[in-house]
Ligand binder design. Structure first.
Ligand code: ADP
Ligand code: MG
Ligand code: ZN
Length: 486
């Protein structure tokens, strides 16, 4: 029998607010354990939560950017469970009436041989809700002991959004594309730093299989806290195969929570899946309903940046970029902004794009630098391109100048002057070189004249070499043709 995998993702997005969701403590990562706590996030009796307005605005931004409706009156609920990293004995979350509902994301399905516009698939977003994170247990060597366990509550009460998708995804690849697009949106909005290693963006993957053609979903397993795109793909693929093997062997999939082990690439059972009623959700009496009126939504909408999708289309429509370039150059907001600044500084759009996708990306990758810290400014890149355009230097020499700009921080004009890299377009000087080379290679000249046109490339190479790459290739070609014809 053939099986159809079904996947739904629950993504936790840690919000980039300065302070926690229900108190004024700092959310900064990496501080001394428990140094960023207060009676509210320590869960001391009598302490009252106060909602951070910024969290609400970030949630609205996320909702508007994923086509959700914003709930006019949303409710905070207590999700009750016991664990030592949760001092209150409940997590403040949202259950009924979450802040955002019924949205979607159009994901781009790329088949190996095309990136066509018709391979777009709409993935439903069931809801986005706000909640607080729990603390963290620390085991082993800390506070001068080597065998202890302790709890660090710095992370307790850190604001999270949980973005829940419909079970619309049909393969591990679709799940990864969805996740990457969601990651791109929340980092683009500036509401999340997107750091997956530190857990700022992590996901639970719900996976089931059903016979192809069936309309009844199979029983799902939920794989907890997968924190890289690679692991999401691995975990889902392993889980699909595990469930198929189980069914083929006459077994049944049980609804459970599983853990992914990156070392073995396998998932293993953690606990049987809890149901909503196990948590005894009820409205938190300490927090009033959150009322969001249309003016507030509109104000937040005005603050939204142009999103990746829109910007991609504008790059194609206004700047004439091919779809592929537009997509690559909007991979992050910083990259898109760098590109636009280069164009605004007078660079030709296609050329600026090519240099960013080529030399800049390569050099950034080699040196482990992010575009935000690129030592060459967009304006300097545009200057370099102008030197190519107006014939001052050749495209080849430009690469040398680029490397030097990167290393020394000097402007391209200064580098060209200092190193004598001016392009030679003077036909007299180039003719002299060509004459010398022809005289030294009479055999090849005969071959060319005898009809072996391939030898032309040899001459071009020799002239460029003799001029140390500085001869203007167009002039070289023209003069060579004339002279070789004899
Ligand atoms: P819970 O919060 O208890 O995990 P939800 O009903 O909120 O349960 O569903 C969580 C996720 O599971 C959603 O992303 C949903 O799309 C996904 N899901 C639900 N049923 C299935 C299924 N049969 N197969 C795969 N994913 C599913
Ligand atoms: Mg869940
Ligand atoms: Zn606090």
């Amino acid at each position: 029998m053939k099986y159809q995998p079904v996947i739904g993702l629950e993504v936790h997005v840690q919000l980039l607010t300065d302070t926690k969701i229900f108190c004024g403590c700092s959310t900064r990562f990496g501080a001394e354990p428990n140094s960023q706590t207060c009676p509210v996030c320590l869960g001391l009796p009598g302490a009252l939560p106060v909602l951070n307005k910024k969290v609400v605005e970030f949630a609205i931004k996320a909702g508007l950017s994923t086509n959700c409706s914003i709930t006019p009156r949303s409710i905070f609920a207590r999700k009750n469970y016991f664990y030592p990293d949760l001092p209150k004995g409940y997590q403040i979350s949202q259950f009924e009436d979450p802040i955002c509902q019924r949205g979607w994301l159009d994901i781009k399905i790329t088949t190996p041989d095309s990136i066509s516009a018709d391979s777009v698939k709409r993935i439903g977003i069931t809801r986005i809700h706000m909640e607080e994170d729990a603390g963290k247990l620390v085991h082993g060597d800390f506070s001068g002991r080597d065998d202890g366990s302790g709890v660090d509550l710095n992370r307790a009460c850190t604001p999270l959004l949980e973005v829940v998708s419909e079970p619309d995804l049909r393969s591990s690849d679709e799940a990864v594309v969805y996740l990457k697009q969601l990651h791109q949106i929340v980092t683009w909005l500036g509401i999340c730093d997107g750091n997956m290693e530190e857990g700022s963006f992590r996901c639970d993957a719900n996976v089931s299989v059903m016979p192809v053609g069936s309309s009844t979903l199979g029983t799902r397993a939920e794989i907890k806290n997968v924190n890289s795109f690679k692991f999401v793909k691995q975990a889902i693929e392993y889980e699909i195969q595990r469930q198929i093997d189980l069914i083929e062997d006459g077994g049944t999939v049980v609804q459970e929570t599983r853990l992914f082990d990156p070392n073995s690439g396998k998932t293993r059972s953690m606990r049987s899946k809890e149901e909503a009623h196990d948590y005894r959700y009820f409205p938190d009496p300490d927090l009033v309903p959150l009322v969001i009126n249309d003016q507030w939504i509109e104000r937040v909408r005005q603050e939204l940046p142009e999103l990746p999708e829109q910007r991609q289309h504008r790059f194609m429509a206004e700047l004439g970029l091919p779809p592929y370039d537009a997509e690559v150059l909007t991979a992050s907001r910083a990259l898109a902004e760098y590109f636009e600044a280069g164009v605004a500084a007078g660079g030709n759009a296609k050329a600026v794009g090519n240099w960013i996708m080529g030399e800049i990306t390569r050099t950034l990758n080699d040196s482990g630098t992010s575009i935000e810290a690129c030592p060459i400014t967009p304006g300097e890149l545009a200057e370099l391109l102008k030197l190519i355009d107006n014939g001052t230097i050749s495209g080849k020499i430009a690469k040398t100048v680029f490397d030097e700009m990167w290393k020394s921080g000097k402007t391209p004009q200064i580098i060209v002057e200092e190193q004598g890299l001016l392009q030679v377009s003077d036909s007299g000087a180039i003719e002299q070189i060509i004459d010398d080379i022809m005289a030294a290679n009479t055999g090849q000249v005969e071959e060319y004249r005898g009809g072996k046109e391939k030898v032309f490339g040899f001459f071009v190479g020799q002239v460029m070499k003799a001029s140390k790459g500085k001869a203007n290739p167009a002039v070289v070609n023209e003069l060579l043709l004339n002279k070789l014809k004899g």
